[in-house]
Every structure is written in C-alpha cells, then in structure tokens.
Design a protein around this ligand. Structure first.
Ligand SMILES: O=C(O)CCC(=O)C(=O)O
Length: 300
C-alpha cells in the first residue's frame, strides 16, 4: 500500500517528506505539524558520523544488550544496546548534533510557543542487533500522560542514522498523520511504514507521532540509531541529564549546550506579561545560576 499524507499528497513509501538541512525552519515546522515527521537528509556529515561511532564504540562494547528487565521483550529490546548520557561520552555528538542549527531552529518553532525554554529529554544509542523483534508502537509523549491531553507539542524527537537504516535491519516504523489521532484510537502495526535512511540523515518527529523500532531480520547486521529529544522545560526529562553529565564536563561545553543539558535556570516565557511569571524561573539553584551555568556549585 502506498502511504499518503493527510493532504493526499504523493509521498515516499513511508509517507514522510525528505528535506535538506538548509530548508527554511518555518517550512520544517509546517511539515511536522502536517505529517508528524520528516527526514532531514545529510544532517550530519560522514566525518562526524564516524567520530560519533568511534566515541561511542568503547561504551557500546562494555554494555550488555537489554535495558529494563520485564520490559525488554516488547519495548526496549533484549538484543538492543541502549546507552544514555551521550553528551558526556561524545563531544562530536554535542557539537555536530545536539547543537545543530537546523534541529534547534525547528525545536524553537515547535516548542517555544508553549515554554520559556526547552531542554534535552534524552540522548540514547538504540543499536538493534540481529534477531531483535519489532518494538511496540507508541507515542513518546505518553511519558507525560496528563500533559498529553492538553493537545500541544510536548516534545520533538529525532533518530540519527549512524549506519545501516533499511527496513530489513530495523528502520524506525512510523504511522504518518497519527499525531492527529485521538489518543484512544487503536494502533495497528499494518498502518506503520519503515523510514529508510542513509547514515547521517535523521528522522525528526513530534512526540505525538506513533512510531517504534523495526524488527532486525538480518543475520548479522546492526541497526544503528542515535535518539535525541527536546522537551518543554516545565516537564521532567526522561533522563536525569545534568546528573549524568557532571560539573567538569558541563563547564567545558558551550553555553547553549549547558542550557539544553540542565546546567542553567530555565528562561521565563518571552511573553510573560505577569511580572511574577517573568521573575519566577524553573530549575533554580539558590541565587547562583551563573556559577552553576559555569559548571561549579559555589554558594555565596
Ligand atoms: O529505535 C527506534 O527506531 C525507535 C525507538 C523508540 O521509539 C523508543 O525506544 O522509544
């Protein structure tokens, strides 16, 4: 079956548009709101992909497959290697992906209408080894079930291909247009399509889009994906990001990276008309935000 977008526009087999990194971010936001996801081709260059792979290789080698007992069979993957805290493990990840201007420009447009600032919710390798079955389809926003019912964009997620990313090896499956569905509508695997990508390309999608990892039906290939998500600053991230990062690494990073990684007060909403709302800030640490931003806990 050929996938169609909500506007019945002819589309790729997975129903998502392919765009280039220099596409106008307003257009990217428009496509995301229309389809729920898109693929940015060549978002990260081959050198950076190689360096991220090299940075993460020792960590991957040391980690056993599986993530959370009791949930590996249907969700995390008994043969899948997940490692979080990537900012502390790969400087290239920070410079070339977390701070990618296109990714941040689109996150600004999706998230800032409803918050003073957003932060990283999670960075994670999702390396699906041969034989791992298909993951349960889901929406990332289900982490914040109460807020999910507000009907606003809570999160923007992405999966960067770090190697093979075809249907047979377990490319992410998406249900185009499902970000508009009522939350109680039944999700059928038959309505999902694999998003095939070249290394360095990224699937970017709203937290409300139904998706899941594909089955790795190969004998010996690995589906190498790197997950990164940004979340409304008034919601609790999936990963305890600043704790994992630690002050020394935080101090060595650019300011915007520190902000995204929980090493700064969250900015108040730009349009806060209530003086109290402008004065109050989330994620305070006494009066020492600046010191904290620099990666040091010095109290006056
Ligand atoms: O690995 C993938 O393609 C998707 C993974 C995912 O959605 C998740 O683990 O929450």
């Amino acid at each position: 079956m050929q996938a169609t977008s909500p506007t019945n526009r002819p589309a790729c087999p997975d129903g998502l548009e392919r765009v280039q990194p220099d596409t106008d971010p307003d257009k990217l936001a428009h496509i995301l709101h229309r389809d729920g996801g898109l693929v940015i081709e060549g978002l990260v260059g081959p050198d950076a992909v190689e360096r991220i792979n090299a940075d993460l290789a020792p960590h991957l080698a040391a980690r056993r497959p599986g993530f959370k007992d009791g949930h590996d069979e249907s969700f995390y993957g008994s043969s899948t290697i997940r490692i979080q805290g990537l900012a502390a493990k790969s400087r290239t990840f920070v410079e070339e992906y977390l701070l990618h201007p296109t990714l941040l420009a689109v996150a600004d447009r999706i998230l800032l209408p409803n918050c003073g600032d957003y932060w990283m919710s999670q960075s994670e390798t999702i390396f699906i080894n041969a034989g791992n079955p298909v993951q349960e389809l889901h929406r990332d926003d289900c982490n914040w079930g109460v807020a999910q019912r507000l009907g606003i964009d809570l999160q923007i997620s992405s999966l960067l291909a770090l190697g093979d990313y075809d249907a047979e090896v377990g490319a992410t499956r998406v249900v185009p247009g499902s970000h508009r569905w009522p939350l109680d509508r039944r999700i059928d695997n038959a309505e999902s399509f694999p998003v095939e990508m070249e290394p360095g390309s990224a699937l970017v999608y709203l937290g409300s889009l139904v998706h899941g990892g594909g089955a790795n039906e190969t004998a010996d290939r690995v589906r190498k994906g790197l997950y990164l998500s940004f979340l409304q600053g008034w919601l609790t991230p999936e990963e305890a990001v600043p704790v994992g990062l630690g002050p020394e690494v935080a101090a060595s990073l650019p300011k915007r990276a520190r902000e995204l990684l929980g090493w700064a007060n969250l900015r108040s909403p730009a349009d806060a008309s209530d003086p109290a709302a402008a004065a109050l800030q989330l994620w305070q640490l006494d009066a020492d935000d600046l010191a904290r931003s620099e990666g040091a806990f010095h109290h006056r």
